[in-house]
Design a protein around this ligand. Structure first.
Ligand SMILES: Cc1cc2nc3c(=O)[nH]c(=O)nc-3n(C[C@H](O)[C@H](O)[C@H](O)COP(=O)(O)OP(=O)(O)OC[C@H]3O[C@@H](n4cnc5c(N)ncnc54)[C@H](O)[C@@H]3O)c2cc1C
Length: 485
């Protein structure tokens, strides 16, 4: 097995240099995957015990930078790698043995099936259901925009093993009840239809239906009902690897554009690269590229060092946000430099245009990244729900009005918590003496700007569980929190 060193990868990919002068992107994409996977690059994310090198995410990120630099950034190695990482970290031994050696050898392609039409970016609203039947699970539901579902040997599918209603009845939030399964491509009960998208070039997207698709319980990646952890371990590496690819895409765009700018003369004998309107955007791309390279490397190192998914999220999100910006600026600056030739496929730039634009929207949109950074890094109110979680500064007594199920961020240390709740009239209803507030899941948040976190559920003692789930039936409750000590 060849070790995935950048120089080795560069050598393996060197026959692809300048491919755009001899063929179209679609002619070359398959060869790109074969040369990349065949170089041993994928082995970096597979532990040695399963035929990999265990070199880690950073090694694969460097290799993907090389793939991007020959103008062939592609999601297939990224999807395969993040699935393999999830299997390596969270699956049982039999599944690891089934999947990982094939990934290390560059033989297997894996894809990721998260998105559902209704849920969109709200992943916790997915409805695909996996029910246990003895030693197997049966999966039913529908996924959309699944890249490479037609050529993948396996799909990593996110499903619910408990519905949000079942989770709520157990006092759990809807982030519980998820689970990942490895489903073989072409499994019985699975059908797919192509979605006419274009952004990923030769990698096509599909709507995939699962109708009682049965997989053995050993195909679980992570634990039943506890898919959140592997989910975060999939999303962070995806963002990091995409960012690494874009660092390479910028190298490619700068290379093509700079060469043209040095040689093209339009007015007199001055090369167009001497004009500031041409050279400044290229210089700016180069500066941004270096910044992205550093953030991406730091994030990849953090993943390899075992940084928790939540702590890694800021770096991964930052990299992905900067990557979407850089990718668009790089392609735009290159097209501007090339002029009309920028739209000529034989210049090897225009095929990147849609892919880079896609990165502002998928796999996570730049807006959602800003939401997450605003909330988790800056401590600003959550934008995802109409009624954001309040932050509570505990100093002596603090009172809040609560309704339903809320998460409170605590700004001061919590030595002792006293919860007193009493019903208040809502919409003219009479106050009820039997309102209760129950504190669920007190936890230390581990964020420097926040000491702890509490999930508080306001209960009404004489309501049935079903009614309890409907917030409009819950009265407003005055909650008194007291930090003692
Ligand atoms: C080419 C392509 C390939 C894809 N490949 C895969 C794949 O392989 N596997 C997979 O699982 N999925 C895939 N997807 C899905 C993709 O990752 C997105 O998750 C999905 O498109 C988002 O769902 P939606 O389109 O319904 O957007 P919606 O959730 O409807 O969002 C629409 C817009 O509203 C904005 N928005 C929504 N809520 C908020 C908010 N709270 N604050 C600010 N803005 C908000 C979003 O940013 C977005 O711009 C792919 C999509 C495309 C187009």
């Amino acid at each position: 097995m060849v070790i995935a060193e950048p120089t080795t990868i560069r050598e393996a990919l060197s026959p692809l240099q300048g491919w755009w002068r001899r063929g179209s992107h679609s002619d070359i994409a398959e060869e790109g995957w074969e040369r990349f996977a065949g170089s041993g690059a994928m082995a970096a994310v597979v532990p040695e015990a399963y035929g990999g090198t265990g070199a880690g995410l950073e090694a694969l990120a460097l290799a993907l930078e090389e793939l991007g630099a020959v103008g062939l950034g592609n999601m297939m190695p990224i999807l395969t790698a993040i699935d393999a990482l999830a299997v390596a970290r969270h699956a049982g031994e039999p599944l690891k043995r089934k999947i990982l050696p094939g990934v290390a050898a560059g033989r297997l392609r894996l894809c990721l099936a998260l998105t559902e039409a209704e849920a969109g970016f709200n992943t916790f609203n997915i409805r695909t259901l996996a029910r246990r039947h003895g030693d197997a699970f049966r999966i039913t539901g529908s996924k959309i925009y699944i890249s490479g579902a037609d050529i993948a040997d396996w799909l990593l599918v996110l499903a619910r093993t408990s519905t949000p209603e079942e989770c709520a009845a157990r006092g759990q939030s809807k982030t519980a009840g998820l689970a990942f399964f490895m489903v073989p491509g072409g499994a019985r009960g699975m059908t797919m239809q192509q979605v006419p998208t274009t952004a990923e070039g030769t990698l096509r997207q599909f709507e995939v239906e699962f109708q009682d698709v049965e997989v053995p319980a050993e195909n679980l990646v992570g634990l039943e009902d506890q898919g959140l952890k592997p989910l975060l371990d999939v999303l962070n590496p995806e963002r990091i690897l995409i960012s690494a690819t874009v660092v390479g895409t910028a190298t490619h765009c700068l290379g093509v554009a700079s060469e043209h700018a040095r040689n093209r003369r339009v007015f007199g004998d001055t090369p167009i690269g001497a004009y500031q309107s041409v050279q400044h955007p290229l210089a700016e791309v180069r500066i941004r590229q270096e910044a992205l390279r550093l953030v991406t490397r730091e994030a990849a190192r953090g993943f390899d060092a075992g940084l928790s998914a939540r702590d890694l999220a800021f770096l991964g999100n930052s990299a992905k946000f900067l990557a979407a910006e850089l990718g668009n600026k790089a392609v735009d600056a290159a097209i501007e430099t090339l002029g009309g030739k920028g739209f000529d496929q034989r210049q090897g730039v225009i095929h990147q245009f849609e892919f880079m634009r896609l990165l502002k929207t998928a796999p996570v949109s730049s807006s959602l990244i800003l939401n997450q950074v605003a909330e988790h890094t800056l401590g600003l109110p959550r934008t995802y729900c109409a009624r954001g979680p309040p932050r509570v500064a505990l100093g002596g007594l603090h009172r809040r009005l609560l309704v339903g199920d809320q998460t409170l961020d605590l700004l001061s240390d919590l030595v002792h918590l006293e919860v007193v709740a009493r019903g208040l009239p809502e919409h003219g209803a009479a106050a009820r003496p039997d309102h209760q507030a129950v504190v669920l899941e007190p936890q230390h948040a581990g964020h420097p700007d926040r000491i702890g976190r509490l999930r508080v559920q306001v209960l009404h003692a004489d309501l049935s569980r079903e009614v309890l789930l409907q917030r409009r039936h819950l009265g407003l409750v005055l909650l008194t929190l007291r930090a003692a000590g």
